[in-house]
Design a protein around this ligand. Structure first.
Ligand SMILES: [Zn+2]
Length: 331
C-alpha cells in the first residue's frame, strides 16, 4: 500500500489525538533538522515512529523515547527507570474520594513525572522501588501548571514493573544527577539555569580590556570610575555544550575560562600573539563534562548560555588514572 503524507498524518492523529497543525509543524521541523534530505513522506514516517505510531502491519517501530513525549499524546507506551517516588496523598473532590501518587522516570533522553490514581496508586505504593524499570502502557501526556510534561495513567492504562527488555536504561543514580539539571532542549530566553553537558566544539577566544581595579570592560585605557588606567586583559571563551537532548553555545569569562583552560589570561594572550593554533593547545577541553550555571540569552537567532560559573565534573576514570600515575611515578 502506498502511503502519502495525508494518510500518515491521519494515522498519527488517530493514534495520538494530536492536532493536525502540530503534526505538520513537527514534520516540517524534522525535514529542516535533516537539512531537507528526506522527503516529506520520509519525515512524516520518522515523526510517526518517534511518537510511537505504527504505520503498517508487521513494521517494527522504535521505542518511544521520553524526549519525544509531547503534550497531547495519548495511548503511549514508554519504558523508564524509576528515579524517585513521591509520597501518595488522599484527595476529596466533590463526591469523589481517591488517592494520587507520582514518581519520576528517566531514560537516556530525558526525565518525566508519572502520575497515577486509586488502584494503580495503591499498586505502585506497595510494589514500586527506585531503580525498577517500568513499562507504561497507554499513558497520556499532559502539562502541569508550570508547563512541565507529565505522563498520566488513566482508565485503561497499565503498568508493568521490571518487564523483560532487550535494551539498557541508565541507572537511577545517573538519571537523578541529570534530573537536578535543566535539559538544554528546555532552556528558555531569560531563564537562569544549571546544566550539565559535554563540550563538543571550541568556538573561539576573544580578548577585551578591563580596568585592573574594578574589572569593568574599558575602552581606550580609560575607566569611568578610575580614569586613566593601564588595562589588564580578560577574555571570553565560547564553545558548544551538548547534554544529549540538545546543544547550545556557551560563553564563559575571565577566571571561569582560565579555570577551564588551566592557564592564565596573559599566557593565552601570548599564544594569540604568537598566532598559535588555540585548538591545538586547548583541544583537550573537548569531551570534558562540565556544569554551567548561567543565563539563557538570545543572540541573533539563537539561544546562548552566558555562563557565570562553571564546574568541571569529577571523572572517576581520570581520577583513577591520576592515582595510578601518583603511585607509579610519584606525581
Ligand atoms: Zn575601574
Amino acid at each position: 500500500m502506498k502511503l502519502n503524507v495525508g494518510e500518515i498524518i491521519r494515522r498519527i492523529k488517530e493514534a495520538t489525538g494530536l492536532g493536525e497543525e502540530f503534526i505538520k509543524e513537527r514534520i516540517k521541523a524534522k525535514r529542516e533538522e535533516l537539512y531537507g534530505l528526506v522527503s516529506e513522506e520520509g519525515a512524516a514516517l520518522i515523526v510517526a515512529n518517534e511518537l510511537g505510531v505504527k504505520i503498517s502491519r508487521g513494521e517494527e517501530i522504535g521505542r518511544l523515547q521520553i524526549k519525544n513525549l509531547v503534550k497531547g499524546l495519548r495511548n503511549v507506551n514508554v519504558f523508564g527507570r524509576v528515579i524517585r517516588i513521591f509520597g501518595s496523598r488522599e484527595f476529596e473532590k466533590e463526591k469523589l474520594k481517591g488517592k494520587v501518587i507520582s514518581f519520576l522516570i528517566g531514560d537516556e533522553t530525558g526525565v518525566i513525572r508519572v502520575v497515577a490514581w486509586n488502584q494503580l496508586a495503591d499498586l505502585i505504593e506497595k510494589n514500586l522501588k527506585v531503580n525498577d524499570i517500568v513499562e507504561i502502557i497507554r499513558g497520556s501526556v499532559k502539562e502541569d501548571s508550570l508547563g512541565r510534561r507529565e505522563l498520566h495513567l488513566t482508565k485503561g492504562s497499565k503498568l508493568k514493573i521490571n518487564p523483560q527488555i532487550d535494551f539498557k536504561l541508565p541507572e537511577a543514580e545517573k538519571l537523578k544527577q541529570r534530573a537536578e539539571y535543566s535539559l538544554i532542549e528546555r532552556l528558555e530566553e531569560g531563564g537562569e539555569y544549571k546544566v550539565v553537558g559535554t563540550i563538543t566544539k571550541l568556538l573561539g577566544i576573544n580578548f577585551y580590556k578591563i580596568c585592573p581595579y574594578c574589572e569593568r570592560v574599558v575602552k581606550e585605557n580609560s575607566c569611568a570610575l578610575h580614569g586613566q588606567i593601564s588595562p589588564s586583559y580578560s577574555f571570553a571563551l565560547s564553545f558548544i555544550l551538548d547534554d544529549g537532548t540538545g546543544s547550545i553555545r556557551v560563553s564563559i569569562f575571565g577566571e571561569q575560562a582560565e579555570k577551564l583552560l588551566g592557564v592564565g589570561a596573559e599566557q593565552i594572550m601570548a599564544l594569540v600573539k604568537g598566532k598559535e593554533d588555540l585548538l591545538k593547545h586547548f583541544g583537550k577541553i573537548i569531551g570534558k563534562e562540565i556544569i554551567v550555571i548561567g543565563k539563557a540569552e538570545r543572540r541573533r537567532e539563537n539561544l546562548e548560555l552566558r555562563g557565570k560559573k562553571i564546574m568541571v565534573k569529577f571523572s572517576p576514570i581520570l581520577e583513577a588514572f591520576r592515582i595510578v600515575r601518583v603511585l607509579k611515578y610519584g606525581g
